[in-house]
Design a protein around this ligand. Structure first.
Ligand code: ADP
Ligand code: MG
Length: 245
């Protein structure tokens, strides 16, 4: 098991201001599995990823990453503007204590993996939104984590760029044998990518339903089979929103 959460709850604040963000969430992700999590905004998705990334601790319950390293990628690429693309990818390698010559080779390999070999010398403001997200992905991969946590990473991109990045992410996931937990509010995107799609209930977050995705890969986001399953997931999401009032 790459990741396991058992009855994890998380609340913020105290007394009248207390917010229960997660309510007894139980889920697991197998090594090499691609799991998507969909839920309304405010349902605790980011809170869950922060716990898995070790940025915060659960209020109750247990969380086990089995010694696997996790890395988190956000919707905004949050690159260092004063560093080049190559410099941004190199930074985690430097922090890991990798010697310079080896770093050079690893940066070249990672930039090639995200198809940015020609752009290593550019600064973030000289890159498109899609390219910046590729740099962020390469930087996340530079941390040599086995578990990749992605928080609506392509939400700000246009549909065509997002399509390309779905293909790239799928290829990299396979090549590297990563476990992925991918958060989105887009059911089609979830079905395009996931082995399984978890639907999160709102306030507090809880896994309300689970949909296995048995469609063969590679999938096309505009395919009718994909749309049918995505529609079922949307219905479940709407039901959760109605329950929320
Ligand atoms: P999502 O990512 O699904 O949109 P979040 O995990 O960001 O949802 O938030 C879930 C709930 O927890 C929201 O009600 C939010 O206001 C609250 N929350 C998240 N982080 C904090 C925090 N650091 N302090 C107080 N409340 C928080
Ligand atoms: Mg969020």
């Amino acid at each position: 098991m790459a990741v396991a959460l058992a009855s994890v709850s998380k609340h913020f604040g105290h007394g009248a201001d207390e917010v229960l963000a997660l309510n007894r969430v139980t889920l697991s992700i197998q090594p090499g599995e691609f799991v998507c999590l969909v839920g309304a905004s405010g349902s605790g998705k980011s809170t869950l990823l922060n716990l898995l990334a070790g940025l915060d601790r659960p209020s109750e319950g247990s969380l086990d990453t089995g010694g696997a390293h996790t890395t988190l990628m956000f919707q905004e690429p949050a690159l260092f503007p004063w560093l080049t693309a190559a410099g941004n990818v190199e930074l985690p390698l430097t922090l890991r204590g990798m010697p310079k010559a080896e770093r050079r080779r690893e940066v070249a390999r990672l930039l090639e993996l995200v198809r940015l070999t020609e752009f290593g010398g550019r600064h973030p403001h000289e890159l498109s939104g899609g390219m910046r997200q590729r740099v962020a992905l390469a930087r996340a991969l530079a941390q040599a984590a086995e578990v990749l946590l992605m928080d609506e990473p392509f939400g700000a991109l246009d549909a065509i760029t997002r399509d390309l990045l779905h293909d790239e992410l799928e290829r990299i996931w396979r090549e590297r044998g990563l476990s992925v937990l991918f958060v989105t509010h887009n059911a089609r995107e979830a079905v395009r990518l996931g082995d399984r799609v978890l639907v999160f209930s709102s306030r507090p977050g809880r896994v309300a339903a689970e949909f296995p995705v048995d469609l063969p890969r590679p999938r096309r986001i505009e395919s009718p089979e994909l749309a049918v399953l995505a529609a079922r997931i949307y219905d479940r999401l709407r039901l959760e929103a109605d329950l929320d009032g």
